[in-house]
Design a protein around this ligand. Sequence first.
Ligand code: SAH
Ligand code: SF4
Length: 441
Amino acid sequence: MNVYDSERMGEALNTAGYHPVDTPDKADMVILNTCHIREKAAEKVYSELGRLKKLKDINENMIIGVAGCVAQAEGEEMLSRAPTVDLVFGPQTFQALPEMLEELADNRADALEENGHIKKAKGVVRTSFPAEEKFTTLFETPRQPLVRSPAAFVTVQEGCDKFCTFCVVPYTRGAEVSRAAAEIEAEVVSLAQKGVSEITLLGQNVNAWLDAEENDMGLGQLLRRLAQVDGIERLRYTTSHPRDMDDALIEAHADLPELMPYLHLPVQAGSDKTLKAMNRKHTAEDYIELVDRIRAARPDIALSSDFIVGFPGETEEDFTATLDLVKRVTYAQAYSFKYSPRPGTPASEEEQIAEDVKSERLARLQDVLNAQQVTFNASQTNETLEVLFEKQGKKVGQMVGRSPYLQTVHVDADETVIGRILPVKIEKAHANSLSGRISSI
Ligand code: SAH
Ligand code: SF4
């Protein structure tokens, strides 16, 4: 979602006369689009700002902005904690970027007049987001992608009302709001006309998407509609909550060849006691039954998930239940984290698990998950997969694409393959990617 928001910021700035450069030292403006989900991600912002300050010491006209959820959470405070920052703006305010830049220019002119230099110019802070207008103000301008890629993200839903007890998202991104189906379709059509063939629908809770204006249309029906758009060959969506996987969505997996057989369906933990304390509102068995239904609808579907270890109150037995669930479900890929207490969330006020216990559990969980990923990748050796080629690889003559299961696939080929979906015979499986040979062009 941050990648998508950054793309939209780039587009907004492009209309204001900016264009992208490769490295910060060549830039007149650097914006850090930040994440507040775990402490580690939030702390990174300040170390990065320290590095940028050195560039600003050389070029005092440089503008430094902090966007996203850390900006949202810290607001005004950020200007005093990091005086090098000129712009602070939350995740739903980026459409105002050109306007904020004008305000900053005025502040700099005032400071120049009063103090003789711009260093003390007042920073600009925007952190309010009017929920109802979110999508109208945020996405009213048509997309003008700066980076040409055959795969694009489209935000369909923002915010979250679920309030899992570990999570800051409902506080930083605000209440759940869905974007209208017609508007989403228009964006997809315009992307398809620019050569995009794969769309990933985005939302914090993407499968809670609902167009109340259009007969309570849910994500399953939306996907059916988008599958008919000329030029769209692949559809994906992320991130789903197990509670919102309804029958219509599961049926879409059975019926739509465009809907890729890969689903990120975070479970977080395998113990019912922990799931309840997390306020996930389902049991481990509910999740396993759901997975069985999805697999019955689309037998070749591969799954991925997020996991948290060391949530307050998690015993060795609770943790073992997570390992058991992983072994029962088997994942193609997964993200796993040590629980990180976040300010303002209920779980942060509970008694915390010792850091070394968290680290030890994370290592044990990752051993199992990594082994499953290696097995999944290895199972594709000698198979032929349809690969959408997106860009050049790091090595000369190498092109990179994605399999239906979102695996990175490398082949030796020239640039003419970019944007095409071609069959690739997989010759080698690695821990995080596959390599092979194009079967025919
Ligand atoms: N809406 C998605 C999750 C979005 S946050 C869902 O409900 O699944 C992405 C992931 O970050 C979560 O799935 C969770 O595993 C992790 N996460 C969120 N808050 C966290 C915290 N306080 N500590 C550790 N991991 C966290
Ligand atoms: Fe956070 Fe996801 Fe829970 Fe919402 S559903 S509170 S985004 S973990």
